[in-house]
Design a protein around this ligand. Structure first.
Ligand code: BGC
Length: 735
């Protein structure tokens, strides 16, 4: 791997020989077991009704899995049907039981336990839960992503868990998709920067360290771009687009050292992710140089038969997937994969060499993660829910909230303002967090930590005036609109807290980005009172708010700011924090107006325009900034040279604040149509009023390249534009 130190290379060699030695002692069954991953429910003691399991393990079932079926990996929290976060101690107990049972197996190969620690340790009670990825992207602050990685890994490890199914490196260019918020937004450069930093924080230089853990890039590749917007439905991505928009984040993740990759649950161009040899083997291994192992997504090998009708039997499905390059199967409820693959190997339909290859990759990651020689778990004190970690999450939340509109400086509000707060998202913690929070769908409001603050509670804490709340105690509870209208006259401002309930994956599928009628009615009535209205939105997708936003005095887009989100919102509303978040997506004006910021010429030609409600990169502050003096070091650069760019940024307002300076380029004439602009660099700086800072950027040949007619990356000589703020400068690349 590029950039590995000499000692790391030596370690790699030592690991390779250990893997070889171990593999030589393994039976076929032991090997296939390593490739098998099952859900906790396969080893868990039965749950009664919909009672939550307390993590109890059925020892006989565990031995069946580990001793009889040689299972190599387990995932998920206890237990189907009600997966939910467990206390640290429960997790530690589960992990001890697994270790004790592993000790009874012939070769004592440790299990690797995987978990979706999507925005912090999702399934450990009271862990630090960060803003979701879409918010992290809005911070334009990779340092915060690094810290999120560090804190998440530490809390996962404190829980004894060993492997994180994160980060999502899919690009979010389809706003209907119910997992948009799990991505770092629509731009390749931004998503790359945030994802890379997360991986580096999570893994450090050596992920066998007691407080580090391996990451998993997902969902390779093209999963995020379903044509109809519904989860796990077809994407039609041509190879050029795949290489230009969807592969680079994964390439960067591989380069950053992520040792595992989870596979796209749907299909691209007619081929299911789990059957795609070209993607899983030719490109991932051959081109991206990935040396770790791939894991299927949930039940997806079976689905090649049950859903995709690509295989004529479950057995053929296993054969297709393994031969395409799937190394581990998230089966997840039985041992069918194990049984079928043993049969396929015995009959020679799957060659032993392929099984050896997959198992070697898995064992290698287990050695790299230190699982054969486990270090004591980090102590809970100082390493779990530490005040500094909570503060980091709160800072990330503050930096992730986008002030989209602020007419006549309606915001910040005075502390003694009389606020009428209403709307379905005003008094719930779940809607600040979204899916993958305590439970899969994140909707179990009763399980949320009582000491965390909703928007209402956070406002009440800070207010020296009056905060009146009119709303229900669940998302769908009807709101008394007449009461809102009657109460308006007793208040200075109406704060409308709208948005979405929690969801992820297929339960979050929708057919329209329109916000529901009940919320529109509430907003219309509030606006009709004539009192100034501030609109606050929470939720994972850009639901259509155009007519409300046009008439509101202020608009705050908070997306899913996490467990400290209520406080962060109050910090911004009252001006205790000067907002600096910027949109990592284009916020559509209408449901079908989903043109991205890096649109092609035809998308802004003749009758077509890029007219989102708020463009990518939009975000206001309580101060103002100006960029000026944009310069490229040379007018002409030779092919292959770097180009230096400088620009000044000044705080022209009266308050201290942070500004993200975004640098775009445009390749003026090219053999493949080029986007009007593409983000290639950004820097976030904090400036006092009147302060100016000079920023320098380096554009590399890679930044100027695109996927050419022959599907290879190319830089074409000719003119380029560089754009920052209102300025544009140019340079020419000569042969
Ligand atoms: C999701 C993955 C997740 C896996 C394990 C799947 O349904 O698509 O993102 O990692 O479940 O929970």
């Amino acid at each position: 791997m590029a950039g590995r130190s000499v000692s790391a290379q030596e370690t790699d060699k030592a690991i390779e020989s250990k893997v070889k030695h171990l593999l030589s002692q393994m039976t076929l069954e032991e090997k296939v077991g390593q490739m098998t991953q099952v859900d906790f429910s396969v080893i868990g003691a039965p749950v009664s009704g919909d009672e939550y399991s307390d993590g109890a393990i059925d020892q006989a079932k565990l031995e069946d899995a580990l001793i009889k079926h040689h299972v190599g990996s387990i995932l998920n929290a206890p237990s189907i049907p009600n997966i939910k976060a467990q206390p640290v101690d429960t997790w530690r107990k589960i992990m001890r039981t697994l270790q004790d049972t592993t000790a009874k197996t012939r070769l004592k190969i440790p299990v690797i336990y995987g978990i979706d620690a999507i925005h912090g340790a999702t399934y450990t009670e009271n862990s630090v839960l960060f803003p979701q990825a879409i918010n992290m992207a809005a911070t334009f602050n990779p340092e915060l992503s690094f810290k999120e990685g560090e804190i998440t890994a530490r809390e996962v490890r404190v829980s004894g868990l060993q492997w994180n199914f994160s980060p999502v490196m899919d690009i979010g260019r389809q706003p209907l998709w119910p997992r948009l918020w799990e991505t770092y937004g629509e731009d390749v450069h931004l998503a790359t920067a945030m994802g890379e930093s997360y991986i580096k924080g999570h893994q450090g230089n050596d992920f066998s360290a007691a407080d580090k853990a391996p990451t998993c890039l997902k969902h390779y590749v093209g999963y995020s771009y379903p044509l109809n917007g519904k989860d796990r439905t077809p994407a039609w991505i041509g190879e050029r687009m795949l290489r230009e928009y969807f592969l680079p984040t994964f390439a960067a993740g591989v380069k950053a050292g992520a040792p595992t990759v989870m596979i796209n649950s749907a299909e691209v161009d007619g081929i299911p992710g789990h059957a795609n040899y070209q993607y899983l083997t030719t490109i991932l291994r051959g081109e991206l140089g990935f040396k770790g192992f791939t894991v299927s997504d949930w039940e997806d090998i079976k689905r090649l038969y049950t859903r995709d009708k690509m295989a004529a039997s479950p057995k053929e499905a296993v054969k297709i997937a393994v031969m395409a390059g799937v190394d581990m199967s998230m089966v997840p409820f039985d041992f069918s994969f194990y049984d079928l693959l043993v049969e396929l190997a015995k009959s020679g339909e799957v060659p032993l060499s392929r099984i050896n290859e997959a198992v070697s990759r898995i064992l290698k990651v287990k050695y790299q993660a230190g699982l054969f020689d486990p270090k004591p778990l980090p102590v809970v004190e100082d390493n779990f829910a530490a005040p500094e970690a909570i503060e980091t999450s709160r800072q990330a939340a503050r930096e992730s909230i986008v002030l989209a509109k602020n007419d006549r400086n309606i915001l910040p509000l005075k502390k003694d303002a009389k606020i009428l707060l209403t709307g379905p998202t005003a008094n719930l913690l779940s809607v600040l967090n979204g899916g993958w929070t305590i439970t899969w769908q994140g909707s179990a409001e009763n399980l949320y930590p009582q000491d965390k603050l909703t928007v209402l509670e956070a406002l009440q804490r800070k207010s020296t005036g009056k905060v009146t709340y009119i709303g229900g105690d669940s998302f769908n509870a009807p709101i008394d609109i007449q009461k809102v209208v009657d109460e308006a006259k007793n208040h200075d401002v109406i704060l409308l807290s709208l948005g979405e309930n929690t969801y992820t994956e297929t339960p979050g599928n929708i057919e329209s980005l329109n916000i529901d009628q009940a919320q529109v009615d509430l907003a219309n009535a509030a606006i009709a009172t004539g009192k100034p209205v501030v609109l606050l939105t929470l939720g994972g997708r850009p639901r259509i708010i155009t007519s409300i936003a046009m008439r509101a005095s202020g608009v705050i887009l908070a997306f899913l700011p996490g467990m400290e989100g209520g406080e962060a919102i109050a910090d911004i509303l009252y001006g205790d924090y000067n907002p600096d978040g910027k949109l990592p997506i284009s916020y559509p004006r209408n449901t079908n107006a989903i043109t991205p910021y890096d649109y092609k010429p035809t998308e802004s030609f003749d009758v077509n325009f890029y007219t989102p409600l708020y463009p990518f990169g939009h975000g206001l502050s309580y101060t103002s900034f100006e960029t000026s003096g944009l310069k490229v070091a040379k007018d002409k650069v030779r092919m292959g040279e770097n180009i230096s760019v400088t620009v000044n940024v000044k705080n022209t307002g009266a308050l201290k604040g942070k500004e993200s300076v975004l640098l775009y380029i445009n390749d003026v004439v090219a053999s493949v149509t080029r986007p009007n602009k593409q983000l290639k660099a950004f820097k976030k700086v904090e400036l006092n009023p009147g302060q100016t800072e000079s920023l320098s950027f380096t554009l590399t040949p890679q930044d100027l390249s695109f996927i050419g007619v022959d599907l290879k990356r190319v830089v074409e000589p000719g003119d380029f534009k560089v754009m920052v703020g209102n300025e544009t400068v140019g340079f020419t690349v000569t042969k």
